[in-house]
Design a protein around this ligand. Structure first.
Ligand SMILES: NC(=O)c1ccc[n+]([C@@H]2O[C@H](COP(=O)([O-])OP(=O)(O)OC[C@H]3O[C@@H](n4cnc5c(N)ncnc54)[C@H](OP(=O)(O)O)[C@@H]3O)[C@@H](O)[C@H]2O)c1
Length: 309
């Protein structure tokens, strides 16, 4: 569904590329947020980061460097009454879980923002049939968050674009690829369930930050939802081999029969936070998405998977 030009006062530009434009940034402390705020510094755009806590560490340094460009405001998206009084804004960029957006969006749009860019996830598609109830629940929350966001934006005549990344990584910061690197450093060897032949498209958080900025004023993307896979499609095993190589190590992978892997995971689950029985099963499944529409509409051209730890 694309939003007709008339909704945007007959002009299909939101004017967000204006150097003085103001962005309301949700999830500045997320994986993507760190890169987004760094990229923002060079644009002349202004952002108000809404977060539950004051910036710390790297985010504080970025906020200080960006001086006038980045302000921090405290607020909880699940309790809109805690959101601060906000000055007029042009766009909302949501890098936090999309199911948090609908309750806060009406208040955020009172600022006059005419553009919403919100990250969802391809888990919306891949986990909907998961044998694990908690994973199905995540997929349902994503689906619900997407539907409500689109509907609120349509009612308000706001140009919305939803982005669904695949597995996100950022060296040393994520819980996917960086966790593999951590396990390799610790044990020197990594067990896989079966051959690990399922295909993956890991995407770097910095490429996603680029996309969020590129989309601010890209009329061809209004009202659309895009999958954002990484620049390379490779098997789970090949992905693990790349992580070994990035650590300067020769890959040492144990091919474990799936029933044994499940048993091992059940025993290790107290120390492997977030590990589920479906993980092994998924290593044999292809989780791939078409980058074509994003490439055609806004030049999505992410890097190949060559992490540098
Ligand atoms: N990680 C992945 O592999 C992956 C894959 C596909 C898609 N995604 C999507 O990509 C985006 C970034 O992912 P991520 O894993 O880095 O982040 P995340 O863990 O999904 O979200 C963390 C961010 O959400 C903010 N947040 C959480 N609860 C909040 C609340 N009640 N009020 C205000 N802010 C709140 C946090 O801000 P504060 O803590 O500062 O308040 C933090 O910046 C998300 O939309 C996620 O769904 C992630």
């Amino acid at each position: 569904m694309s939003i007709p030009g008339s909704v945007l006062n007959g002009d299909r530009s939101t004017g967000v590329s204006d150097r003085r434009a103001r962005i309301l940034l949700l999830g500045a402390t997320s994986l993507i947020g760190r890169f987004f705020t760094e990229r923002l510094a060079g644009t002349g755009l202004h952002a108000v980061a809404i977060s539950r806590a004051p910036p710390s560490g790297h985010q504080r340094d970025v906020a200080q460097k960006a001086a006038d460009g980045l302000h921090w405001a405290l607020g909880d998206l699940t309790a809109p009454e805690t959101l601060p009084e906000l000055a007029p804004a042009d766009a909302v960029v949501s890098l936090s879980p999309i199911w948090l957006l609908p309750s806060a969006l009406p208040k955020l749009l009172e600022t006059g923002a005419r553009r919403v860019i919100a990250f969802s996830s391809t888990s919306r598609v891949t986990k909907i049939q998961s044998p694990v109830a908690a994973e199905r629940a995540v997929a349902e929350r994503l689906a619900d968050g997407e539907a409500q966001t689109l509907s609120l934006c349509a009612r308000a005549g706001v140009a919305c674009t939803l982005l669904r990344p695949t597995l996100i990584y950022a060296e040393g910061q994520d819980h996917n690829v960086s966790r593999l690197a951590e396990l390799i450093r610790r044990f020197g060897v990594l067990p896989l369930s079966g051959e690990g032949e399922g295909l993956r498209q890991p995407v770097h958080a910095d490429d996603l930050a680029w996309a969020a900025l590129a989309l601010l004023d890209a009329p061809g993307t209004f009202g659309k939802t895009y999958a954002l896979p990484g620049g390379e499609t490779l098997s789970y095993r090949a992905m693990v081999e790349r992580v070994f190589e990035s650590l300067g190590r020769t890959p040492r992978i144990l091919t474990v029969p799936p029933p044994l892997w499940r048993l091992g995971l059940a025993l290790a689950s107290p120390v492997l936070k977030g590990a589920t029985s479906a993980m092994g099963q998924r290593m044999a499944q292809d989780l791939t998405f078409d980058a074509g529409p994003a490439a055609d509409d806004f030049g999505w051209s992410p890097r190949p998977f060559r992490p540098r730890f």
